[in-house]
Design a protein around this ligand. Structure first.
Ligand code: ADP
Length: 244
């Protein structure tokens, strides 16, 4: 079935805060190997979606399946263990530790194939740093890197855990134009390696560059779902963004 082939399959997801329906029956299925973007105007429910998908909040209704396994009520650490890796809108790295040490934390994630093998943890972390172009900075303190490069450290840490799916929460937030462009190139390289990515962003520019598939939220409901060409020419989507 379609849902067993999906890396992440979410059906009927709802989250109510009192009378407010922050999410109101959202379906979203991320195909394995796809770069899938979740977009929508401010207040449309994107952050709530991430918080429910990663286990910070319990959904009011709906199901969440990761690689075919039901994780609807699983705590956040269990989802990480099962291969749901994420980055944060406000970067979360250990600034007083080296770049390599930060990335090794990802490689050591419980549930990773190499978690208990120290030599492999180092080599997996170095490979992830190679991928994001920071291998030469492995022994620098993260706090000495530019904001854009700290974002890369966070992405490398997620990659080092060999995740089933990488969830990027507004990865372009706080980046300048050059850094955004570089991030777009990095995401394309990740895609070229077959990584499955769910990218949540407000900004359409990055999304247009990298997404195979886009889901659009507005007022907690899915208003469009399809290829970038289908979605970005959809009158409801254009109206939602103009109506901000
Ligand atoms: P987005 O990330 O797309 O900007 P959010 O998920 O942050 O949207 O917000 C969706 C709606 O849910 C908004 O109306 C917001 O005020 C509300 N909301 C989000 N989190 C909470 C919360 N913890 N308690 C009450 N209302 C919330």
């Amino acid at each position: 079935t379609a849902s067993s082939e999906a890396a992440l399959a979410i059906t009927g997801l709802a989250k109510h805060f009192g009378g407010l329906k922050a999410l109101d029956g959202v379906d979203l299925s991320v195909r394995r190997g796809a770069v899938h973007a979740l977009i929508g105007p401010n207040g449309s429910g994107k952050t709530t979606f991430i918080n429910v998908a990663t286990g910070l909040y319990r959904p009011t209704a709906g199901t969440i399946r990761l690689a075919g396994q039901d994780l609807t009520t699983a705590p956040a650490h269990e989802r990480t263990r099962r291969g749901l890796a994420r980055t944060f809108q406000n970067i979360r790295v250990f600034r007083g530790m080296t770049v390599l040490e930060n990335v090794m934390i990802g490689a050591e994630r419980p549930g990773n194939d190499i978690a208990e093998q120290p030599a492999l943890v180092v080599s997996r972390a170095l490979a992830a740093l190679d991928f994001v172009g920071l291998r030469a900075d492995a022994n620098r303190l993260v706090g000495t890197l530019s904001y854009g490069h700290q974002r890369y450290v966070e992405i490398a840490r997620a990659l080092a855990g060999n995740p089933h799916i990488l969830l990027l929460d507004e990865p372009a937030a706080g980046l300048n134009m050059t850094e955004k462009h570089e991030l777009g190139l990095l995401l394309r390289r990740l895609k070229g390696h077959g990584l499955t990515i769910l990218i949540v962003d407000h900004d359409m520019n990055l999304v247009e560059q990298v997404a195979d598939h886009i889901t659009v939220l507005n007022f907690g409901r899915r208003i469009a779902d399809g290829t970038p060409r289908e979605v970005l020419t959809d009158p409801d989507v254009i109206a939602a963004y103009l109506g901000e």
